[in-house]
Design a protein around this ligand. Structure first.
Ligand SMILES: [Zn+2]
Length: 430
């Protein structure tokens, strides 16, 4: 593709600073030049795309993604979907991510051992569209841990991998690394609705976490953990688990510890699923009273407070997480941006910075990948949205508002005309 020059565009560069008018030149898969104000970038035969005053941003990065989750009402129902159907559904989900400008994702659990891996490989081959993907294992759980679906009279595997003791953890984590995962996911806390392992239960022994982490780290892989219980969060910090999900019940002592280690961790509270369970699950048998009886109203308050406190301490918190359930379906992921503003009280600019700059560095890890910012030399994962997202963070919820989606310098969605507002249209001209 020839060089692409985006002009007449308001640029949110990912830093969290105010958007500025300017121009952006893309050459190959990189951002070659960013100009501010009236400065013009030399055309030099580039294809000029007049964005009509729309806003250009880095593509979003979802660091608590479950592309293999298929909008079932329970996780056990997810387990019942055969691998072949599950793979195709995951492929459709990958497209939904791209439709909504999410151009990179760190998986926080697959549904079958190889679903994420195969999806990532197909996306990387260019045969199907999808975000840059860090592929995960299914959730590792211990016997009787959350989502262990076995019954005394019947072995019944679901969407998880059950392991017990350091020996079994070592073997099963090694197997998954052999299959090609990037991320090892441990469900070390329980969860609401699970009688035998509620959310405050820490469901791993010390030597099990140590064994899983030792194997993953020795092969250069990172880990993610489902952590609600305070003890689980502390264990995740102690053993160097990069992605600490939920983490709402962190005590002050644990927050102090996390703050001390803040350069090593990312926290995705997944606030959307708490909100949706509280208010939007009634069609699936989870009405408001039932959710309140399971303290979802309290959990929402605590999650908002803890997440805000983490941000104040410089701990990197990010939107997204746990889309892929019946009442929190795939494709609505960008509601989380609105939740971060309305439920937690972040500004739109802070929220967008987390979803781009922080997401980019979290995705990259120690790999030399520059992404998540509109910055010279960075990967050209870019979106153009019809309007001003600093004024209206909900714009990203409607795929039609995306006037352009680019990943790695290639158009997933070629530049479209603006739907309303400006008479200046997004048009391409030589
Ligand atoms: Zn999750």
């Amino acid at each position: 593709m020839s060089n692409q020059l985006f002009t007449n565009v308001s640029i949110f560069d990912g830093s969290g600073k105010k958007p500025f008018a300017g121009e952006v030149l893309v050459q190959g898969n990189r951002i070659k030049k960013v100009a501010r104000g009236k400065t013009k970038i030399r055309r030099n035969g580039a294809k000029v795309i007049d964005c009509g005053g729309a806003t250009l941003l880095p593509g979003f990065v979802d660091c608590h993604a479950h592309l293999a989750y298929c909008d079932t009402a329970t996780l056990f129902a997810l387990g019942d979907i055969p691998p072949e159907e599950n793979q195709l559904l995951a492929m459709h989900n990958a497209k939904l991510y791209m439709d909504h400008g999410i151009t990179a994702a760190v998986s926080a659990a697959s549904s079958k051992p190889r679903t994420d891996i195969v999806l990532r490989n197909e996306i990387n081959s260019g045969r199907i569209p999808g975000p840059r993907l860090r592929a995960s294992t299914p959730q590792f759980v211990t016997t009787g841990g959350p989502w262990d679906a076995n019954q005394m009279h019947m072995e019944h595997g679901s969407f998880e991998i059950v392991a017990d003791g350091p020996v079994e953890f070592r073997k099963k984590v090694r197997e998954m690394i052999r299959e090609g995962v990037d991320i090892v996911k441990l469900a070390i806390s329980g969860d609401a609705f699970i009688e035998h392992t509620p959310e405050h239960a820490h469901s791993y022994s010390e030597d099990e976490i140590a064994a899983a982490c030792e194997v993953a780290h020795s092969r250069g892989k990172r880990l993610a953990a489902h952590c609600r219980a305070d003890a689980s969060i502390r264990a995740a910090i102690k053993h160097g688990i990069t992605f600490i999900h939920h983490a709402e019940h962190a005590t002050t002592r644990t927050l102090d510890l996390l703050e001390k280690n803040k350069s090593k961790h990312y926290v995705c509270p997944a606030i959307g699923i708490i909100y949706a369970t509280l208010y939007e699950g009634s069609d699936w048998g989870v009405d408001h009273e039932y959710a309140v009886a399971h303290r979802f109203d309290k959990t929402l308050q605590i999650a908002a407070k803890t997440t805000k406190e983490m941000f104040k301490r410089g701990i990197k918190v990010m939107p997204y997480g746990d889309y892929g359930f019946a009442w929190n379906p795939q494709g609505t992921n960008n509601r989380d941006l609105e939740h971060f503003v309305n439920l937690i009280g972040f500004t739109p600019a802070q929220t967008l910075m987390m979803a781009t700059k922080w997401g980019g560095e979290a995705w990259a890890g120690s790999d030399p990948v520059e992404m998540g910012e509109v910055k010279e030399g960075y990967l050209a994962d870019l979106i153009v949205i019809d309007g001003d997202p600093i004024k209206d963070i909900t714009l990203f919820q409607d795929a039609d508002n995306f006037l352009m989606v680019m990943k790695n310098g290639e158009y997933y969605k070629a530049p479209q005309r603006r739907r309303s507002g400006s008479r200046r249209q997004v048009v391409a001209a030589e």
